[in-house]
Design a protein around this ligand. Structure first.
Ligand SMILES: Nc1ncnc2c1ncn2[C@@H]1O[C@H](COP(=O)(O)OP(=O)(O)OP(=O)(O)O)[C@@H](O)[C@H]1O
Ligand SMILES: [Mg+2]
Length: 336
């Protein structure tokens, strides 16, 4: 059995359940499908789910990350090549489209493909036909394409950076995965799942759970790296707490966090910039204002644009914060 076939999809938020329902529906159709979402939202897992729920489930599920290969290599990987088609091509080699025959082909990060490759992919979708690189025979394949990207494909198509005709064909149905911060109900179930698995890997007797403050930290964080980031943070927390039977209370979101981090911690902590006032003459008022704006923005982001939490975080009242946001016209970043 394929590793991904056994991987459970954890989540109980309404938006996630809606996605799963959509996945089971689209899986039945013999049409291309696009899976879109921020990094780490589970696009690859969802693509596998689509394949294994489809009538093609017992045929090959072939994957290719388009961003991992240079254009010419990508072309031979996808379409194969004949013997002698280029130096070093001593034997005929089947491409992923042929290997995926009767099954599904997962094209990851397909926004980066060249026009030439896109044109060939379009032809396979439209006519089920391709030629190997260096070959003249037309080969027929029957492959369902599942594409994934974290880019805005319609915008790229409008700018002429992605073929609009291919996009039309690929986008028979589009599944957009919500970021983790929009489905907070999923955070703790996912965290427990990863913690239990990690405990098993480390041969721990049992997983003692998370303390209340640890749970609050997990729930309040913005998770820019989504489920993958959550998995790493939780696994690190389990590993760090190795040896105590207490619930986990220590959560470290940034493994690079260190006073000795090269390049300084200015980015991670704008307040750090205060230790390094400019040595040249400068406009004090401007400087302080910019600093205030930077600190406000960082705090807002950290508190996921929740103004009440941001005010608390900055040790000011809600009205004081509102005053600052109006002063610097930062109110358009507020939550609706
Ligand atoms: N709902 C879920 N339940 C369990 N594990 C999940 C879920 N969603 C994602 N994961 C796990 O999170 C990690 C990232 O998922 P995946 O690789 O599918 O994301 P992705 O959207 O393809 O990311 P990228 O854009 O970076 O390629 C994987 O380890 C995956 O197993
Ligand atoms: Mg991926």
């Amino acid at each position: 059995m394929d590793r991904q076939q056994e991987q459970p999809l954890i989540g109980e938020s309404p938006v996630f359940l809606e996605v799963l329902e959509r996945v089971s529906r689209v899986a039945q159709l013999n049409r291309p499908v696009l899976v879109i979402g921020e990094r780490g939202t589970g696009k690859e897992l969802i693509a596998a789910r689509i394949h294994y729920l489809s009538p093609r489930w017992d045929r090959p599920f072939v994957k290719l990350n388009c961003a991992a290969l240079a254009e010419s290599l990508l072309e031979t990987e996808l379409f194969g090549h004949e013997a002698g088609s280029f130096t070093g091509a001593t034997r005929r080699r089947l491409g992923r489209f042929e290997l995926a025959n009767e099954g599904s082909l997962f094209l990851d990060e397909l926004a980066v493909t060249s026009d030439r490759v896109q044109e060939k992919v379009l032809r396979v979708i439209e006519y089920g036909e391709l030629e190997r690189v260096g070959g003249n025979d037309t080969i027929r394949t029957d492959v369902r394409i599942i594409g994934a990207t974290n880019e805005d494909l319609p915008a790229l198509a409008e700018e002429g950076k992605f073929r609009a005709d291919l996009l039309d064909r690929l986008a028979f149905d589009v599944i957009t995965l919500p970021p983790l911060r929009e489905r907070r109900e999923d955070i703790l179930p996912l965290a427990s799942h990863f913690a239990v698995k990690m405990s098993g890997e480390l041969k721990l007797e049992l997983f003692a759970g998370f303390s209340e403050s640890a749970r609050d930290l997990l729930l309040d964080y913005a998770w820019p790296g989504n489920v993958r980031e959550l998995k790493n943070v939780v696994e690190r927390a389990v590993y760090t707490s190795l040896g105590d039977d207490e619930p986990i209370s220590d959560i470290n979101f940034d493994p690079f966090d260190s006073p000795w981090r090269p390049g300084g911690a200015v980015d991670a902590d704008p307040a750090g910039a205060m230790g390094s006032a400019p040595t040249e003459a400068y406009d004090f008022k401007d400087y302080v204002q910019n600093m205030e704006i930077e600190l406000l923005q960082a705090a807002l982001k950290r508190c996921r644009f929740n103004q009440k939490k941001t005010a608390e975080f900055l040790g000011m009242t809600y009205h004081q914060l509102r005053g600052y946001l109006r002063k610097y016209e930062l109110t358009d970043t507020e939550e609706g």
